[in-house]
Design a binder for this molecule. Structure first.
Ligand code: PLP
Length: 454
């Protein structure tokens, strides 16, 4: 991997006074996502490099959040930054209707990772609008209305995408019609009274088929699923589940959309998470794939829909009634080309896989064996969750106060954590090194001990 210049890690280059101004401007003028604004005390980030970030007062942190689980290539990768600079010198904007070299190159590279039967890419500004457009395509192609999705899911913050979302973010936004939810497999907190992955898989598929039939198969355009549901808790599907969903979709003439916004481009140690489940399970493929985040690690906002040939063909003569001013923005496209080429050249996907199998899997298992608060460890690649419980028998989730305490203990030891509900998600960049993982594991261990000791 690229050798990074350690002098760039010199946090002293930043003036604490700038940090104070940044904080003050934020609290005075910036309105934040998903929050009551009053109690917010945002972290002020001054810089980052690879898996490390720092503030204005000289504190460094291992970024085990990857920000919003998107910094797959790490912070400030020089090759991606150079590509953005070069594109900025060349051309900073082109209307979506025109052809542009960087856009074509980005599409070609993404299609090479998706493989057959995919033939076209529709670019969006991020993940939610990718899902919006994939659902729109599915509705137009099938002539059907309903979209099925899991309760434990997140698909984005726009009209239909937020209603397809299964968690609490759906409820205040539920004005779009035609969305139906079902439970996916999650053995640790099984909805199906299952005691083995096989049982959980079989019963979750039975439940899904009952939902399809009860809703009326002829009314359902698509099932949308995250490759591995992420924000909901890194819910790795049991063997056979995704293949079973594909079979049900085929049986009832329903399209399958894989939402790879969080799970794609290296997070699970694969280009797309579904590819890891498809191999050895009939090599099935989805009909549409949505992506964002890891495709360029968010250096410039971008997302999109990878479209199978048969769906792309349906729009050869039929008008696709959708579009965005910044679809295929040149700066975003140049960053995608550079990010994907760099991930190939530097073996970054392989690194994520090996970090998962050889370092995080055994290290987190050891952590759980020592700390009874960790009810379950689940994940793969650089995509893990620690499900924290008050009591391993009842599996009652820990309170928000415990999570807040843990986060403070982790931060004070130099690890920037990611939390959701009663969980700590262990989601470093795909470029994380074995040494950084070892340091992080020691910090998690100390932080859990500190919380246990009260
Ligand atoms: N889909 C999934 C699986 C996500 O995790 C997210 C964001 O976290 C989205 C869609 C929405 O992406 P964006 O925030 O880029 O709109």
């Amino acid at each position: 991997m690229t050798i990074l210049d350690p002098s760039l890690l010199d946090a002293a280059a930043f003036d604490p006074a700038d940090g104070a101004v940044a904080y003050e401007l934020d609290r005075s003028h910036v309105f934040h996502s998903w929050s009551a604004q009053g109690a917010l005390k945002p972290f002020v980030m001054a810089g980052g490099l690879a898996s490390t970030i720092w503030d204005y007062t000289g504190n460094r942190y291992l970024d085990f959040s990857s920000q919003l689980v998107n910094m797959n290539i790490g912070h400030q990768h020089p090759k991606v930054i150079d590509a953005i600079k070069a594109q900025a010198d060349l051309l900073t904007m082109v209307a979506p209707a025109h052809a542009n070299l960087a856009r074509g190159q980005a599409a070609k590279r993404i299609l090479a990772k998706a493989g057959r039967p995919f033939s076209k890419v529709f670019f969006t500004n991020g993940g939610a609008d990718a899902n919006e457009n994939a659902m729109r395509m599915a509705r137009l192609v099938t002539g059907r209305d309903k979209i099925l999705s899991q309760y434990r899911s997140y698909h984005g913050n726009t009209g239909a995408a937020v209603v397809a979302t299964g968690d609490w973010r759906r409820v205040p936004n539920e004005f779009s019609r035609g969305h139906v939810h079902f439970f996916g497999p999650f053995l640790y907190r099984s909805e199906f009274w299952a005691t083995s992955p096989e049982q959980e898989c079989e019963r979750a598929l039975h439940h899904l088929e009952r939902v399809i039939v009860s809703e009326g198969q002829a009314s359902i355009a698509a099932i949308i699923l995250e490759g591995v549901p992420g924000t909901a808790g890194v819910l790795v599907p049991p063997p056979g589940y995704l293949a079973g969903v594909r079979d049900l979709a085929d049986k009832y003439g329903i399209l399958l959309i894989m939402d790879e916004v969080m799970s794609g481009f290296g997070r699970t140690g694969e280009w797309f998470a579904w590819q890891g489940f498809s191999a050895g399970e009939g090599d099935w493929t989805p009909d549409l794939i949505t992506f964002a985040k890891g495709v360029n690690s968010g250096y410039v906002p971008a997302g999109g829909v990878v479209i199978s040939e048969s769906i792309a063909n349906a729009f050869e003569t039929q008008v696709f009634p959708g579009g965005l001013t910044y679809s295929g923005h040149p700066l975003a496209m140049a960053s995608i080309v550079a990010a994907l080429d760099t991930m190939d050249e530097e073996g970054i996907i392989d690194n994520a896989r090996v970090i998962g199998t050889d370092h995080l899997a055994p290290g987190l298992a050891q952590l759980a064996a020592k700390h009874p608060m960790i009810g379950e460890v689940r994940g793969l690649g650089v995509f893990w969750a620690l499900d924290l419980v008050d009591d391993p028998e009842t599996r009652d989730p820990v309170s928000g106060a415990v999570i807040a305490q843990l986060k403070a203990e982790l931060m004070s030891r130099g690890l920037f954590p990611f939390s959701a509900d009663n969980r700590i998600h262990v989601v470093p960049p795909c470029v994380v090194t074995p040494d950084e993982v070892a340091r992080a594991l020691a910090i998690y261990d100390e932080a859990f001990t500190a919380v246990e000791l009260g």
